[in-house]
Design a protein around this ligand. Structure first.
Ligand SMILES: [Zn+2]
Length: 314
């Protein structure tokens, strides 16, 4: 479907909701990924999930009233079961755990709703309407709090620290912004956040170089694993440490090159996700809602019905 800049039909509108640790936004857009409106607010952890839901309800209902959208897609910043629509947990805000987000939104909006983890929808966004358009296969690795996908749970340290999955020494316990922050906190003798940790390495403080080098090495191992296993034509990387300094990104690439099968590495274009993970995410949702291109999707319908379409037979 490659029509040239069609005038959107009156109801060619979808809503995408991004629920992050610190921000929440609702975007209205067309099937072509053109944004037409948005509402956003900061998430106050103190008000809990219930407070956030109250604010989300108001923003959402106002946008529905205004744009008459056809459906809603959600990128949730944490583990969520797309089949049941339930949040598995929140790393930031109390009161989300086990919450039936898909069903709740369907009841509230009287629209079909699709929910996914935000890293997965960001991958869809890049693949379908971002820099990965027309390339296949596209792989997206986020190295923020976890290494996206199952690759993150490959054991790389035999007696490493305990991972959220129950295993020890998983790749994502060492190859992430979270791992970097943990080690920097240890080094500094106080708890710091990612931005403060990056400021410390920028200041060139003695001792942090080893922490950076270690994180870079493990991130390179993650990249090499993805390329060796999946042989993607395009690989997007997303993370705060990676994005903080081109030299760090280049070091990860160089080290990954040494650890990857040469032909696969040569064939793979490695890009930094355009920093706008959020826009990629919502664009991907919108496009998918429109085209139903996802291999399998669970839709939550108002009234409690749920439809799963799985042409790929997952
Ligand atoms: Zn694990």
């Amino acid at each position: 479907m490659k029509s040239a800049t069609p005038a959107p039909a009156k109801n060619d509108c979808y809503l995408a909701i991004e629920i992050g640790g610190t921000k929440l936004q609702v975007v209205a857009g067309t099937a072509e990924g053109r944004f037409v409106d948005r509402g956003r607010f900061n998430v106050s952890a103190a008000s809990g999930a219930e407070g956030i839901r109250a604010e989300l309800s108001a923003t959402l209902l106002a946008l529905i009233e205004k744009h008459q959208p056809r459906a809603i897609g959600v990128g949730y910043g944490g583990p969520i079961n797309w089949r049941t629509g339930r949040i598995v947990k929140s790393y930031h805000v109390a009161g989300w755990q086990g919450f039936p987000l898909g069903q709740w939104l369907a009841e509230l909006s009287k629209l079909p709703v699709f929910v996914e983890n935000d890293a997965n929808v960001a991958a869809l966004g890049e693949a379908l309407v971002g820099a990965g358009r027309g390339c296949s296969p596209v792989f997206y690795v986020t190295v923020g709090s976890g290494v996206g996908g199952e690759i993150g749970h490959i054991t790389v340290e035999r007696a490493g620290i305990r991972c959220g999955c129950g295993n020890r020494g998983c790749l994502e316990t060492v190859a992430t912004d979270s791992a970097f922050v943990r080690e920097m906190s240890h080094l500094l003798g106080k708890s710091v956040g990612i931005n403060e940790a990056i400021d410390v390495i920028r200041s060139g403080r003695v001792g942090s170089a080893a922490v950076v080098e270690r994180t870079v090495d493990y991130m390179a191992i993650a990249v090499a694993a993805v390329i060796n296993v999946f042989n993607p034509s395009t690989l997007f990387l997303h993370g705060k440490l990676l994005g903080s300094d081109q030299a760090i990104f280049d070091r990860v690439l160089a080290e990954a090159g040494r650890r990857t099968l040469k032909p696969s590495f040569a064939d793979c274009r490695i890009l930094q996700s355009q920093g706008n993970k959020r826009l990629g995410a919502v664009a991907g949702i919108i496009r998918n809602l429109a085209d139903e291109m996802a291999p399998s999707m669970a839709w939550f319908e108002p009234g409690g019905a749920k439809t799963i379409s799985a042409p790929g037979g997952e």
